[in-house]
Design a binder for this molecule. Structure first.
Ligand code: HEM
Length: 373
């Protein structure tokens, strides 16, 4: 038997002394303490703590999707992990309100003391981006230098290592591509779906042409919009397109096969076997949206705080951040999937044999797979 352990003490357990002893104000060090710098430091530290927790959850999700077969119950666990990430992101987005109680003049009291330190040097933020799937080649360049140039050598090594690991985007794409619901034997789902889309687009065209409240110019703009939608559909789902490749266009794109699987999961989400995959995809798009919301809110805050001045890290400030919010999106395909939706009532009905084979039904004879590969 070992020595009886001293009772655990709250402050020791969470290392409170260390935690509360790491707020060093640069303005105080330079002999002119600025009251609001404490808020600035604590808000940044709170962000970094939450980033650590999000990375923790994201690593667990990545471990689940690393396997070549993902059992249904693990998809459920990934859904729970994602729901936690999404709640944390809500807190992260709200924290901007707290920081905005600092006025631009209060910020100016210590801003220059920070140069050249900047949020662009947040390793955890960049790790998050890399693990989600932002690729080096898609990144917005700051002064033609790689994003890693801003970091110390040890941090740079961590970032470079994370780039070599498959990201959530890569793993999710593989998982979607393996979905068994895409081959329907002799039933050609995509031909049926294409017909339904054509019917919907024709009805939309007719209603624009016969709309007496629209001018001829407005009609032609709206009709051109429908033509563009038809072209987008052909590009993503049309016959002859390579299913293992992504549709062309700037930004990061899922392969056609993965995109088709994602669409199918959305369209037939009422089928019990697709509930969890549907929730998973919904959370992934929530993560993407919340991330973009944070980027935009941060950019707005920067505009309010420093106007069009350059940032302490040397970027063009607000303008750089706005562009980064667009460039660093990862799951834009999933967010934009609704462009391909048609009303439920117009959805091709899957033949009974297909529903049986795919295990869409619970109870009775069930021949379909219980697991998604
Ligand atoms: C007064 C408040 C803030 C101001 C004025 C501000 C300003 C800026 C500016 C101008 C940039 C662009 C890079 C540069 O030139 O420095 C930047 C980037 C960044 N900031 Fe802030 N920031 C503030 C608060 C925060 C907070 C609370 C966080 C939380 C961690 C944060 C995280 C980041 C990150 C991660 C980037 C890199 C974004 C990217 O490259 O996409 N900032 N910030």
């Amino acid at each position: 038997m070992g020595k009886p352990r001293a009772p655990l003490y709250y402050a020791d357990y969470i290392q409170l002394d260390r935690l509360l002893d790491c707020q060093r104000l640069e303005s105080a060090r330079r002999g002119r303490p600025a009251h609001d710098e404490m808020l600035f430091v604590i808000v940044h530290q709170a962000y970094e703590l939450w980033f650590k927790q999000v990375l923790w959850e994201l690593d667990a999700v990545l471990a689940i999707f690393r396997r070549s077969t993902v059992p249904e119950e693990d998809v459920g666990r990934a859904v729970s992990l994602f729901s936690r990430i999404v709640e944390i992101q809500r807190v992260l987005n709200q924290q901007i309100d707290v920081l905005e109680t600092m006025t631009p003049l209060d910020f100016l009291e210590f801003r220059d003391d920070l140069i050249p330190a900047s949020g662009v040097q947040s390793v955890q933020f960049r790790l998050l981006e890399n693990k989600l799937g932002v690729r080096r080649e898609d990144r917005l360049q700051l002064h033609d230098a790689p994003y890693t140039s801003r970091f110390r050598r040890d941090d740079r090594a961590r970032l470079e290592a994370s780039e070599k690991e498959p990201s959530l985007f890569d793993r999710l794409e593989r998982w979607l591509e393996r979905t068994p619901f895409l081959s329907f034997g002799r039933f050609d789902f995509w031909r049926e779906y294409r017909r339904a889309v054509d019917r919907m687009l024709s009805a939309d065209r007719a209603s624009i042409r016969h709309n007496p409240t629209l001018s001829e110019k407005e009609k032609s703009v709206q009709l051109a919009g429908l033509d563009a939608a038809a072209r987008r559909f052909d590009e993503a789902f049309g016959p002859g397109a390579d299913p293992s490749a992504a549709p062309a266009g700037p930004g990061r794109h899922l392969s056609r096969r993965a995109l088709q699987a994602a669409l199918l999961i959305h369209l037939y989400r009422d089928e019990p076997i697709l509930h969890l995959p549907f929730r998973l995809l919904t959370f992934v798009t929530d993560v993407e949206r919340n991330f973009t919301t944070w980027r935009r809110r941060h950019a707005q805050m920067v505009l309010r705080m420093i106007g069009d001045k350059i940032g302490t890290g040397g970027s063009s400030g607000h303008e750089y951040l706005d562009r980064a919010a667009e460039r660093h999106r990862v799951f834009g395909d999933l967010v934009g999937l609704s462009s391909f939706f048609i009303p439920r009532s117009a959805l091709p009905r899957l033949p009974e044999a297909v529903r049986e084979t795919m295990g869409f039904r619970f109870g009775g004879r069930r021949r379909g797979p219980r697991r998604r590969p």
